[in-house]
Design a protein around this ligand. Structure first.
Ligand code: ZN
Length: 201
């Protein structure tokens, strides 16, 4: 093991930073030095922002989003289309869709996807709440924004069956060529999905 170059407090800061996604021990050390060099502008405000976020963190009882208020900012937004419910696996997917600005609707966070391998069954997910929310008056479309993996698609089929009796249209994301993607780099599965789901030009 490498010899510690700083006191335990700074070593702890580096160890915690190294647990962040995308940061290894080397980049964590660089990030720690960056914070220390900008103590006033960065280290102090970051510590304060993390403390406040940690104190006020809540899970929205309605959609499952993470925010500092319940209902969350999205659920309280009256400008959203209440007829569309977008179903996602987790909060990162919700935030990714929000960044895209593609749909101004409401969300439902499942909290995972069904997985025989990992032992994830319907009772581990917010499935009952999904059916309840899909049954609410005014909901006309459910968009299943789930991963294009075997587990993601199994979950999509399962959820579709649960709301088949309801007057809602169930849709899913298109599979195909990514924006900016070159055809000869794509795998056969993606290419054949793109051909099957071709749209009029
Ligand atoms: Zn919410």
């Amino acid at each position: 093991m490498a010899q510690a170059v700083a006191g335990p407090e700074i070593e702890r800061l580096i160890q915690l930073l190294a647990r962040l996604p995308g940061l290894g021990p080397r980049s964590a050390r660089r990030a720690a030095l960056h914070l220390i060099a900008r103590r006033e502008q960065l280290l102090g405000p970051l510590g304060e922002a993390m403390r406040v976020a940690n104190e006020r963190l809540l899970v929205c009882a309605s959609c499952g989003n993470v925010d500092t208020s319940d209902p969350c900012t999205i659920c309280r937004d009256a400008a959203r289309d209440p007829s569309i419910l977008v179903v996602v696996e987790g909060v990162p997917d919700l935030w990714a869709l929000e960044r895209s600005g593609a749909v101004k609707a409401r969300y439902h966070v499942l909290g995972g996807i069904l997985s025989a391998l990992d032992g994830v069954r319907p009772e581990h997910l917010a499935v009952d709440a999904f059916v309840k929310r899909s049954s609410e008056p005014g909901v006309a479309e459910v968009i299943l924004a789930l991963s294009a993996t075997v587990d993601g698609q199994t979950t999509a089929h399962y959820l579709t069956d649960l709301v088949r009796h309801l007057p809602v249209r169930v849709t899913r994301l298109a599979h195909g060529v990514p924006v900016g993607g070159e055809l000869d780099y794509l795998d056969e599965g993606t290419l054949s999905a793109a051909i099957r789901q071709r749209t009029a030009f």
